[in-house]
Design a protein around this ligand. Structure first.
Ligand code: NAI
Length: 302
């Protein structure tokens, strides 16, 4: 299987590049400046040149707070650009796997969200991602939208890296304790996504395999408990640690509103694709270990 992955430097894109060889998969990564979803002219030529069996859109405008100030750009990349890519995938006869987010929901519900719950984004980023979902579905029937959440990895910027970096500098870190969700390793997303991709290619006519699916790490937690677990594992592995001071969302104002309940019900993915991501604590450990080792290597070899 040969994947064309849009979004060269992102967490999920880099995780796909790293995990592909273990699955005997080739991942061809395309990104800016050659391929810009804000200016999608010429995408078809680039994709034809790359040659592949399946397209993965792992590129997005992901600056959640910044999106409040530039919703047009977020909509252009996450909405219009995603739709153009889906149209090109359709015209080339390739399935598309498109990444989306828990932020399409408002988070006021009491239970984990299912795929057919009505979306209702409360941020510009969430709205732009919902536009993208709608654009993809209107351009091609041969798609899978994978909604994920709380993504971390050894790559790019993410919560795990922020907590470890802060723990080198401070004894106490204030973290919100009233938002619930599932930390998700980008490396697990890569493994799961490749399994989904294989299913799509093996059974091109099966409509059940297509549509919207939720894919997060198994189990739920809060940001504060996630932080505490990162720092507990770090201490255990000889890395930096700090106390976590739980605070309310109201005490940590941000430009973008975030859902209180970000929990996604992933049982449809298990039932239809046979894919279940590991418990979030299990996947966290190798990531923390790797980041500590990288930091220590940099200290010794600046
Ligand atoms: N990071 C998270 O916590 C979550 C991410 N997601 C979704 O998962 C997907 C992957 O996210 P990450 O890997 O964490 O994102 P990331 O922020 O690490 O990477 C996004 C990539 O998109 C690229 N990009 C941005 N604008 C572009 C443009 N105009 N044209 C081409 N490339 C462009 C960036 O250069 C970057 O390489 C995205 O669709 C995101 O919305 C969903 C839920 C949570």
């Amino acid at each position: 299987m040969r994947l064309i992955v849009i979004g060269r430097e992102g967490q999920v894109a880099r995780a796909l590049a790293e995990r592909a060889p273990a699955h005997s998969v080739t991942a061809v990564l395309l990104g800016r400046p050659q391929l810009d979803l804000a200016d999608p002219s010429g995408i078809e030529d680039l994709l034809a040149e790359a040659g592949g069996d399946l397209i993965v859109n792992a590129a997005a405008y992901t600056a959640v707070d910044q999106a409040e100030a530039e919703p047009d750009l977020a909509n252009a990349i996450n909405g219009v650009g995603a739709g153009v890519l889906a149209g090109v995938a359709a015209s080339m006869g390739m399935p598309l796997i498109h990444l989306s987010t828990d932020y399409v929901f408002d988070g006021v519900g009491e239970r984990p969200y299912c795929e057919d719950d009505a979306p209702h984004p409360v941020s510009a980023y969430g709205s732009s991602k919902l536009l993208g979902e709608q654009a993809v579905a209107s351009e091609t029937p041969n798609y899978v939208i994978l909604r994920t959440a709380w993504v971390y990895s050894p790559f790019n910027r993410n919560f795990v890296k922020t907590m470890l970096r802060t723990a080198y500098e401070r004894e106490e870190i204030a973290v919100v304790a009233d938002q619930y969700g599932s930390p998700t390793s980008a490396l697990d997303i890569a493994d799961g996504l490749i399994a989904v991709g294989r299913n799509l290619l093996a059974r091109p006519d099966e409509t059940d395999l297509r549509g919207v699916f939720h894919m997060t790490g198994s189990g739920f937690t809060t940001w504060a408990d996630f932080a505490a677990e990162i720092l507990r594992q770090s201490a255990h592995l000889g890395g930096p640690t700090a106390r976590v001071r739980p605070i309310a969302t109201a005490d940590y104002p941000t430009p973008a509103k975030r859902p209180t309940n970000s929990r996604l019900d992933c049982s449809k993915l298990t039932r239809i694709h046979g894919v279940t991501l590991p418990a979030w604590q299990t996947s966290l450990k190798p990531c923390v270990q790797r980041l500590i080792e990288e930091a220590q290597a940099q200290e010794t070899h600046p």
